[in-house]
Design a protein around this ligand. Structure first.
Ligand code: NDP
Length: 297
């Protein structure tokens, strides 16, 4: 039987609708409009597209979007100065610095200069530490979106075997922490893992965040597994031009899995929706209000 295709596009659109309702509630109850500041340094074309899309979706949800576009020649001190200003600005509830930063700027120094309460990307070392010690953190957007989809599929995840492929700070590690918090039995695979196929053959949940097109074959999967494909890779298309594919070979995997996210239309749309959700959560927390449970995990 073909796997259920998890529709990230419509899930993300429901999250955005909820976000808009909570924004309206904040405006009417305390007169505060959540604000997201996005900082882009340099002129990387892909980053420009992401930033534009983030700004549009922020405004569409009724929030304030503050875009700061700085030249590639910006110094680290100038960037840190801007972050200091944004940290102090009460109308800004979330700050996102678009990565990658130009060479010569220390990304972790910049990320760790953001106030942890406004760190809606969840990359600050305090948020990483709080997540791993089971405290209330800002959760990185991509793993947050993946967990929301898994919770919708299973309800209770406890006792399930989960394999996360990839151990980056932005996807693999926080994903593994979240699954551990859900009481899954978690294995993290990486480039030195020698028995990946064996691990996957017993995995109820597979999260692939490798950055290698069509890397995971359906043959490797446990029948009925849920596959969350985080990868975004551009490859040459048989018809000419290029097309987007994930880290999982969708055709073979969907014949074996119970459920699978497509690329595009799976994890990708959830990531920006979760950024908006984190900004609203940050605003509720900033005003010491009980935060909307459906927007966080
Ligand atoms: P990184 O390059 O930072 O990490 C890739 C990970 O994959 C590393 O931990 C690496 O291991 C591991 N890996 C590489 N080769 C193998 C292998 N042969 N077997 C097992 N593991 C391997 O990537 P990111 O985590 O930043 O991103 C992963 C993918 O997700 C990319 O395609 C990216 O574009 C996409 N992405 C999508 C997002 C979305 O919104 N949908 C958001 C963020 C990322 P090691 O540590 O040993 O090198």
């Amino acid at each position: 039987m073909a796997a259920d295709v998890i529709d990230g596009k419509s899930f993300a659109s429901r999250i955005r609708e909820s976000v808009a309702c909570y924004v309206a509630e904040l405006v009417s109850s305390i007169g505060v409009t959540p604000g997201l500041a996005v900082v882009l340094v340099g002129d990387d074309p892909a980053s420009q597209v992401y930033v534009r899309s983030k700004g549009q979706q922020t405004v569409a949800a009724g929030m304030n979007s503050f875009e700061h576009r700085l030249p590639a020649t910006t110094s680290q001190n100038e960037l840190l100065g801007l972050i200091e200003q944004l940290n102090a600005d009460a109308s800004v509830h979330g700050i996102l610095v678009q990565l990658p930063l130009p060479k010569g700027i220390d990304e972790s120094a910049v990320i760790n200069a953001i106030s942890p309460a406004k760190d809606v990307d969840g990359f600050h070392i305090s948020n990483a530490g709080m997540l791993s010690t089971g405290q209330k953190a800002m959760v990185p957007c991509t793993p947050l979106g993946c967990l929301m989809m898994l919770r919708q599929r299973y309800g209770d995840l406890s006792g399930l075997n989960a394999v996360v492929i990839g151990r980056s700070n932005i996807v693999g590690k926080p994903m593994a922490q979240l699954l551990l918090r859900e009481s899954c039995t978690v294995t993290v695979a990486h480039s030195r893992t020698t028995n990946l196929q064996q691990l996957l053959s017993d995995a109820d949940i597979v999260v692939a965040a490798v950055g290698k097109p069509l890397f995971v074959s359906g043959d490797w999967l446990k029948p009925g597994a849920t596959v969350i494909d985080v990868g975004i890779n551009r490859i040459e298309s048989a018809e000419g031009g290029t097309r987007l594919v994930g880290d999982v070979d969708f055709d073979s995997a969907s014949a074996k899995a119970g459920a699978i996210t497509p690329v595009p239309g799976g994890v990708g749309p959830m990531t920006i929706a979760c950024l908006l959700a984190n900004t609203v959560t940050a605003c509720y927390r900033a005003h010491s209000l009980p935060e909307p449970l459906e927007l966080s995990v």
